[in-house]
Design a protein around this ligand. Structure first.
Ligand code: DX5
Ligand code: ZN
Length: 228
């Protein structure tokens, strides 16, 4: 059975002086999801945006807003991001001391909760939380910046995660973030991911629509290789 492949442009690589237009442009170009990278200069070595910008994004698109919190103490901020209009809120297992509480709070707020793992973080950290989340996002670069190269060991990790989810008969999406491009997306889909964050690959291209269509096609072709 073929699964839908979702393309999520990351606005981190957009032109911030024209952010509204840039969000509308990928929306019109067929993006399924808008990925928003929130960085605090503490958990990751970069500072980006807060709830006000999420609120501004909410005003220009009806697409799913996928808010990726790369911040320590996510607990303190999930309410604010939910109120700003986030649809999905993902938090790092490395940054949450009370992960189960944070995940439950996101769900209580009526949002889709997801957890994120850095490249060197083991899947074992998911053991007691997997059944409570709607999605797991695997970082395929060390978070902080757009435009980095895909870390190949992520492919094995995606496969292992897909097997675990199937073995436990769960419905959990696998999202992959970092270095997703026309060169890497088919293999990422073949490994078992179904949501693809693409920052520089989309915003660094001339024709957003053409790029999104190509990425989705390559993901669909790749996913055929992913037979359980
Ligand atoms: C990295 C961010 C990513 C980033 C991906 O810390 O979480 O979402 O925007 O950028 P690309 O697609 O250029 O690797
Ligand atoms: Zn991200």
């Amino acid at each position: 059975m073929s699964q839908k492949m979702y393309i999520a442009p990351s606005i981190l690589s957009a032109n911030f002086s024209r952010l509204g237009e840039e969000i509308r442009a990928v929306d019109a170009a067929g993006a399924d999801i808008i990925h928003i990278d929130v960085m605090d200069g503490h958990f990751v070595p970069n500072i980006t945006i807060g709830p006000l910008v999420v609120q501004a994004a909410r005003a220009v698109t009806a697409k799913v807003l996928d808010v990726h919190l790369m911040i320590t103490d996510a607990d303190r901020y999930v309410d604010a991001f939910a109120a700003a209009g986030a649809d999905w809120i993902t938090v790092h297992v490395e940054a949450c001391s009370h992960l189960q509480r944070t995940v439950s709070r996101i769900r209580e707020l009526g949002k889709r909760p997801g957890v994120v793992l850095n490249p060197a973080t083991s899947l074992a950290t998911l053991d007691y939380i997997l059944a409570e989340v709607d999605l797991v996002m695997l970082m395929s670069v060390n978070p902080g910046f757009g435009g980095q190269g895909f870390i190949p060991s992520t492919l094995t990790k995606i496969k292992e995660l897909r097997c675990r989810i199937a073995a436990q008969k769960l419905h959990v999406d696998i999202e992959v973030d970092g270095g997703v491009s026309v060169k890497t997306i088919a293999d990422i889909a073949a490994a078992g991911a179904n949501i693809f964050v693409a920052g520089s690959a989309v915003y660094g291209s001339q024709e957003y629509r053409e790029t999104i269509v190509t990425l989705r096609k390559l993901a669909e072709v790749g996913s055929i290789r992913n037979c359980q």
